[in-house]
Design a protein around this ligand. Structure first.
Ligand SMILES: NC(=O)c1ccc[n+]([C@@H]2O[C@H](COP(=O)([O-])OP(=O)(O)OC[C@H]3O[C@@H](n4cnc5c(N)ncnc54)[C@H](O)[C@@H]3O)[C@@H](O)[C@H]2O)c1
Length: 386
């Protein structure tokens, strides 16, 4: 690729999740979506129009072989993520892979080995780390306003029994296995907060245990879901922090995919729990008393007249381009692409490279072994030692 050449991007799973990546790649002057692939041939032409791609493939290997793609976005169902990422990495094609990175520890090992051998960049598309509240909380932690952070909760509550029937892979890989099958949206931001603490050189989950709330729903065929309704994973980190992750994809109730809380020695955070609410913090250095919460975005409860957002929000979120505001998942779909492209084009360190992807993916996989063994604590491997 010449210095000023555009990066050609290929999107696989283009008729599903892959379709949401157009705005972000289009907004970047150095990229364009060039090719796409989906096994649903009948949906290809429509997807190509929506994504502005000029080449279409039903076979992924053929796209990698025949198309001049520099990078791929993997938006296929979960069991394809690792095999398709490995195929691209083997050709030194950069990878932005949907979550989770892999569906077994063995796949994780193969993926790490492929990333090590490859000249290309691997990034996992954990978009929830980029939402405005999650970015602001990370900045408040980084500035030391929470003191030492030592406890966090994350919940992904997304009832998808109907969606299971429309996308049957979910019935197999998300609700067809017990334990935490889709935990990176909850764990990802929390790991970033724990690692942002002043003096911390990073943190990762070293052991987990997992239990469930039982089986209260049947699928339309009358079979119980293998996944218990609410699965809860307890996780201990290398620095000794405790994390509680709840994933519930079955219980009847409104969605709540971005529930978080965080506790440090000098502050705590409670995220918004439903639409229309805003997150709030208590920070010893900024609050007049222990009973006063600060709204993340409301200036009225601050003597300076400036909201926490106005004072502490990192630059990326201060003047977000229109494309970021239009992109899905609270802007996350835009900012993750920006970081991916920067790491390819400018050599900026990739924020969710292969080991960060493993840090977010492996605890859930080990939780599945824990719940099968009556909830015993189990060690989580460190991919850096593989
Ligand atoms: N990060 C997020 O916020 C977010 C949101 C939604 C979905 N996802 C993830 O994105 C992935 C896709 O989810 P979805 O809801 O779009 O699923 P989906 O089933 O609606 O779409 C997947 C698409 O992939 C195609 N496909 C399946 N196997 C293929 C193969 N081998 N080669 C090429 N194409 C293939 C299907 O035909 C379909 O068009 C999942 O891993 C899901 O977890 C992430």
């Amino acid at each position: 690729m010449g210095v000023l050449a555009k990066l050609n991007v290929g999107v696989v799973g283009a008729a599903g999740r892959g379709a949401s990546f157009r705005a972000a790649f289009e907004a970047h002057p150095r990229t364009r979506i060039h090719a796409l692939c989906d096994i649903r041939e009948d949906l290809l032409a429509g997807a190509a129009k929506r994504l502005g791609a000029s080449e279409m493939y039903v076979d992924y290997a053929e796209m990698l072989e025949r198309s001049d793609v520099d990078a791929v976005v993997i938006g296929t169902p979960m069991p394809f993520h690792a095999p398709q990422a490995i195929q691209a990495l083997e050709r030194d094609i950069h990878v932005l892979s949907e979550v989770t990175a892999a569906v077994s520890v063995e796949e994780c090992q193969a993926l790490v080995a492929a990333a090590r051998r490859s000249q290309a960049i691997y990034m996992m598309a954990e978009n929830y780390i980029y939402t405005k509240p999650n970015v602001l909380v990370r900045e408040l932690v980084r500035r030391g306003l929470f003191g030492e952070v030592y406890y966090a909760e994350g919940e992904y509550i997304h009832e998808l029994k109907e969606l299971n029937e429309i996308t049957p892979w979910r019935r197999r890989w998300q609700t067809g296995i017990d334990g935490i099958t889709y935990g990176t949206h909850s764990l990802g931001p929390i790991l970033q907060w724990l690692s942002a603490c002043p003096g911390s050189s990073g943190d990762r989950v070293v052991r987990v245990c997992c239990a469930g709330s039982g089986h209260h729903y049947m699928d339309p065929r009358g079979d119980p879901y293998e996944n218990q309704d609410s699965c809860v994973m307890l996780a201990k980190t290398a620095r000794g922090a405790l994390i509680v992750i709840r994933v519930d994809m079955l219980s009847e109730r409104p969605h709540a995919m971005t529930n978080y809380s965080l506790q440090g020695t000098r502050g705590c955070y409670e995220s918004a729990r439903s639409a229309g609410e805003r997150g709030k913090v208590w920070l010893a250095d900024l609050c007049a008393s222990k009973d006063v919460w600060l709204d993340l975005a409301d200036p009225s409860d601050r003597p300076s007249g400036q909201s926490l957002e106005a004072e502490y929000l990192p630059e990326m979120w201060r003047h977000p381009p229109e494309a970021a505001l239009r992109a899905g998942h609270g802007g996350g779909d835009y900012f993750q692409v920006l970081d991916f492209v920067r790491s390819i084009v400018d050599g900026t360190p990739c924020p969710i490279g292969i080991h960060e992807a493993m840090d977010m993916t492996l605890p859930g996989l080990i939780s599945q072994a824990s719940i099968a063994a009556a909830g015993v604590w189990m060690e989580v491997p460190d991919s850096r030692t593989w």
